[in-house]
Design a protein around this ligand. Sequence first.
Ligand SMILES: Nc1nc2c(c(=O)[nH]1)N[C@H]1C(S)=C(S)[C@@H](COP(=O)(O)O)O[C@H]1N2
Ligand SMILES: [Mo]
Length: 304
Amino acid sequence: MADLPRILPTEITPERVYERRREFLKGSLALALYGTLPAHAALPAWRKTAWGRDESPNSWEEITTYNNFYEFGTGKDDPAKNAGSLKTRPWTVSVEGECLKPRAWDIDALVKAFPLEERIYRLRCVEGWSMVIPWLGFPLAGLIRQAQPTGKAKYVEFATLHDPKQMPGQRWPVLDWPYVEGLRLDEAMHPLTMLVVGLYGKELPNQNGAPIRLVVPWKYGFKSAKSIVRIRFVEKQPATAWPRVLPREYGFYSNVNPAVDHPRWSQARERRIGEFFKRKTEMFNGYGEQVAGLYAGMDLKRYF
Ligand SMILES: Nc1nc2c(c(=O)[nH]1)N[C@H]1C(S)=C(S)[C@@H](COP(=O)(O)O)O[C@H]1N2
Ligand SMILES: [Mo]
């Protein structure tokens, strides 16, 4: 995986200088990485944002060796050990369903089409642990706008690759493969919702969902589907992976909520990976100021 340059400070750089700097960086990046890159293209230059700059991110080691990705086994260290069998090029993401401009996106074209930015977000797993991760990606809203959803599009469905040859975990019926996730259209359009292609300035490692995965920071981690091949606009609420197998334990919304316990454990506190003492879990994982409005008037105990 290739290190990428940081562009500083984009916030105060005039557009044209920034553009020229991008060009320069592209050139120097190509030079610096010549011979060290895998066959596929590197990530284009990216800009830093203010998101999560006050947090201390987990280490690369923690983020890439403690994973949930059941397609490669159910142990936390299984994905890092087994995800090497996933071939991430060529890779196509099909945008389809209730939209005027469906399109089969080649992953490299997709990565070039939307400006990449770094955002440091908290990730809270439904199991009771959390991490802080410097993601590299772009808001999903841009892709949705390009697709022009029709009036019938009420939800967006995301599907992971289904290929038991590359994903040995799919040979066992742990889940009803492929892994499917979903968001209401307004949740999908929310500026916090991202499609992620990298972390710590590098291409996403396979165990974290290469080449492209969803990140929805105010929801439990399982909403963030990995290794996505299909994004579909639909009229009805999608039947998603976890509610499908355990409907009493996992709901469609799965907003982080310390006041709504999992039937088998409390959600009031969490263990940040790398820390000893537990922290209090925050409503909407601490993003309430941005997202609470999406759920105004909804009973979040019922719509858990
Ligand atoms: N396809 C797929 N996506 C998935 C999972 C999975 O098993 N399969 N696990 C989810 C869960 S439970 C979590 S907490 C996050 C973990 O992402 P990370 O490994 O990048 O921390 O991925 C989510 N996305
Ligand atoms: Mo999770």
